[in-house]
Design a protein around this ligand. Structure first.
Ligand code: 5GP
Ligand code: ZN
Length: 122
């Protein structure tokens, strides 16, 4: 737990979240300001700043986090198969668009808005 880290406080249960998945090493919860119909954040329970601070020794748990993505997407309601799918994003550092300084993997999915638009005239 890192002082003044929002996601550490969510992991500790000090700040509430809508939990999607939890195991010994990871917690997944809905993003408070979703950018897609499904927008889930997957965080390691151990405080890690970002991919900027990891090394080769972290490969095993990082691989486990990535391998959780399809299960998290399924639990969140992403559509299966090639017609469905999901996007995985990790922002790192200020230049990488990171706002919360605790490593997190965004899992985004759901039907894309532009699929509902009328087809352009031929
Ligand atoms: P970043 O820009 O750091 O990659 O993403 C941070 C994400 O955390 C944003 O998508 C933002 O909406 C989300 N977020 C910020 N504060 C909270 C919060 O208190 N609860 C939840 N569930 N998500 C948050
Ligand atoms: Zn933290």
């Amino acid at each position: 737990m890192s002082d003044n880290c929002l996601f550490c406080k969510i992991i500790e249960g000090i700040i509430p979240c809508t939990k999607v998945y939890e195991d010994d090493d990871f917690l997944a919860f809905n993003d408070i300001n979703p950018a897609a119909p499904v927008h889930i954040l997957v965080v390691p329970k151990r405080h890690v700043h970002s991919l900027q601070t990891i090394s080769a020794e972290d490969a095993a748990w990082l691989g486990k986090m990535l391998a959780l993505a399809p299960e998290i997407a399924r639990l969140g309601g992403c559509r299966p198969g090639h017609e469905g799918g999901f996007r995985v994003v990790i922002n790192n550092g200020l230049d990488g668009g990171q706002e919360i300084n605790h490593l997190h993997m965004h899992v985004l999915g759901g039907e894309r808005p532009w699929q509902n638009r009328a087809a352009p005239a031929a």
